[in-house]
Write a protein that binds this ligand. Structure first.
Ligand code: PA5
Length: 488
């Protein structure tokens, strides 16, 4: 059974003037249809898909032999090593973490019986806080630890810094051949990590083995590419995941926007943002194991749709498109995503959701069937004889009711159970919705120029050569003001 989507509470018949009306839909439909036609054109053209970074849509169609090759390497690693340390950040980390939490047993690292024959899994290189990596380097046995570094560019400071440290740590105990304990997932052709892979393999073909990130797949859309080795290592059925994603692709190719879950989701959010100022997107899975999936979607939404400028499209006589950043057409918008979890955050953000500013749309994720249930023993208490699943469903329904009673728009993604199939469908749904919402705003949803600001500042302070003159001038001319009067 596949995912279902309940959009009732997005409409005015549920939340009055804070919801979408039929007239809103009618008015938005011509533009929405144009956006859908454009996305269809891009997705249907292999050259455009790669040029504009939409090749992610084809990832669920990867060849059986490629999946088998990944599974083979994963088996070799699992047989030899007790721990696998993943290094990566942003799109090179969040999908893996989301998969780990959604699809592996909770407390996976703690219990052998849960891991079966899989190694323990750790994630680092996603922060510059020294305290977490230090603990691992002090306590893991380098001889029993395999390292998988994921970076498309190979240049990302957090990941690069962690890799340099981890290499030194491995080398000290394992010796000169420590590179045999490293696998790199990176761009197939360019970037410093790819260069390193080529140099290491020329010396020793078993050192720095690597897997490619496919062309035209950007970091945050790449879980079905760079995440595959992780999935294979922890024993997730990649084929089932792809089946779920493919089924969702078929559903999200429906030209009737009102029957297309991703397009309708995006359109309703678009209308609520444009017309009703609902600028915050609260993702609220009622499941502890889907919290990291909400975190993954936070990155997808924020980096894809929070943009400074509109896109300018140039189309030549042959229909070949070029996307340019239109610096004369400021956008400076993008819904702000917030991830929360039911039921924990009912004792936190929910107060604001219900009584704070009415500027949010809440997306619930409701799991219909959990893997287990816990029945509360005893008699005489209100809770006696009740199951956790029953209470969870009731808490979610009650939260939905509380929001609707205060005219707060919300919608629910109904997940029959958290399985590889449904999780694959869920990720693909969010990716399609994000791509379509980008089309509705006419922005480029597949770049992230805003992330460069902090990187440039760091590189400037670190003395990296080659920073453009205009950037160094801007940093020099606009230093941060640190008036001691206001540091109290
Ligand atoms: O979505 C993106 O492209 C980014 O979030 C990247 O994934 C992130 O910055 C990490 O980049 P890289 O894989 O080059 O280290």
């Amino acid at each position: 059974m596949s995912l279902r989507f309940d959009f009732n509470n997005m409409f005015d018949f549920s939340v009055n003037e804070h919801g979408v009306s039929q007239q809103d839909i009618n008015e938005a439909m011509p533009e929405a249809q144009k956006a859908a036609a454009h996305l269809k054109k891009i997705l249907g053209n292999p050259v455009f898909r790669i040029k504009f970074n939409l090749e992610w849509a084809k990832l669920p169609e990867q060849k059986e032999e490629d999946i088998a090759a990944i599974a083979k390497i994963a088996r070799q690693i699992s047989l030899k090593y007790e721990n696998v340390l993943f290094l990566g950040i942003g799109g090179s980390y969040l999908g893996l973490k989301a998969a780990q939490d959604a699809l592996c047993a909770p407390y996976f690292n703690e219990f052998n019986a849960l891991r079966k024959k899989s190694p323990r899994v750790y994630f680092e290189g996603n922060n510059l806080d020294p305290d977490t990596l230090s603990v691992l380097l002090k306590n893991l046995n380098p001889k029993k630890t395999f390292v998988i570094v994921i970076s498309k560019s190979g240049e990302t400071t957090e990941t690069k810094a962690a890799l340099i440290l981890v290499e030194a740590w491995l080398k000290k105990t394992v010796g000169a051949k420590y590179g045999r304990q490293i696998l790199a997932i990176t761009d197939p052709e360019s970037g410093s990590l790819r260069k390193r892979v080529l140099a290491e393999q020329a010396r020793d073909p078993l050192s720095f083995r690597s897997l490619p990130l496919l062309k035209g797949v950007g970091g945050r859309f790449s879980e079905f590419n760079m995440g595959l080795m992780h999935l294979a290592l922890v024993g997730i059925d990649i084929r089932k995941l792809f089946l779920g994603a493919k089924e969702m692709f078929a559903r999200c190719s429906n030209e009737d926007i009102l029957k297309n879950p991703a397009y309708l989701y995006a359109l309703l959010h678009f209308i609520l943002y444009q017309k009703k100022d609902k600028s915050l997107a609260v993702l609220m899975p009622f499941s502890q194991t889907l919290k990291s999936t909400a975190d993954w979607y936070v990155q997808l939404l924020a980096e894809s749709l929070g943009k400074k400028y509109h896109r300018r499209m140039e189309v030549d006589r042959n229909g070949v498109e070029n996307w340019l950043t239109n610096k004369d057409d400021l956008f400076n918008r993008g819904r702000t995503p917030i991830s929360a979890a039911g039921t924990n955050d009912l004792h936190s953000i929910q107060q604001n959701n219900v009584e704070g500013e009415n500027n949010k749309v809440v997306t619930f994720m409701r799991v219909e069937k959990f893997k287990t249930d816990l029945k509360i023993p005893g008699k005489g208490d209100l809770l006696s004889g009740k199951g956790f699943c029953q209470l969870m469903q009731l808490a979610r329904e009650a939260t939905e009711w509380a929001l609707v009673s205060q005219k707060r728009p919300n919608c629910t993604i109904i997940i029959p159970e958290v399985s590889a199939y449904n999780w694959g469908a869920l990720l693909f749904f969010f990716e399609m919705a994000t791509a379509f919402e980008g089309e509705l705003y006419n922005i480029n949803a597949f770049d992230q120029p805003g992330v460069e600001g902090y990187k440039n500042y760091m590189y400037y302070k670190l003395g990296k050569p080659g920073i453009p003159q205009a950037v160094t001038e801007e940093i020099k001319n606009k230093p941060l003001i640190k008036d001691s009067k206001y540091i109290i």
